[in-house]
Design a protein around this ligand. Structure first.
Ligand code: CU
Length: 165
């Protein structure tokens, strides 16, 4: 019997089936998407993770960082935000909410666990999404495990077809 390894990254795509009844064709209700800050990944058991670590949002959605486990925070990474988007820096255990309006790629880390590669990317769909892609991808990270994590995240984004308009 084949054994399937769990995927490292999980895409959370919003479904708006119930709201669709109330909206014009093609429109979509704004959603709140949650990213948990965890000591252990529920499927692959890696330590210190954002879950999911790649999330796909639409402009106007809210992204909420949930302090499921203690001792984490979320901090945007210099050079990894679309132009005009404000940086954020959560305190430890702070559950911050971001309303994402600008399409593009948003990179962030957990400061206490950068050495373990605790990082993630928010992908906001829409026109101009690719404008900051190369800039975000080419940011150099230290330590090495953080660089490896972002390399893996961008590889996953490309494999999932998210690095295109
Ligand atoms: Cu952390």
């Amino acid at each position: 019997m084949p054994f399937h390894l769990p995927r490292r990254h999980f895409l959370m795509t919003a479904s708006a089936a119930s709201a669709a009844l109330l909206l014009p064709r093609g429109a979509r209700a704004q959603e709140t998407l949650q990213i948990e800050m965890l000591n252990r990944h529920p499927e692959d058991r890696t330590n210190m993770v954002f879950y999911p670590d790649i999330i796909v949002a639409q402009p106007g959605d809210t992204v909420r960082f949930v302090a499921t486990d203690r001792g984490h925070n979320t901090v945007s990474v210099d050079g990894m935000l679309p132009e005009g988007v404000e940086e954020w820096r959560g305190r430890i255990n702070e559950e911050i909410e971001l309303t994402v309006e600008t399409p593009g790629f948003y990179g962030y880390v957990c400061q206490p666990h950068v050495s373990m590669g605790m990082a993630g990317i928010i992908v906001v769909e829409g026109e101009g999404k690719m404008d900051n892609y190369e800039a975000a991808k080419s940011v150099q990270h230290r330590p090495r495990r953080l660089q490896e994590k972002f390399n893996a995240l961008f590889a996953q984004i490309e494999a999932d077809g998210l690095a295109s308009t």
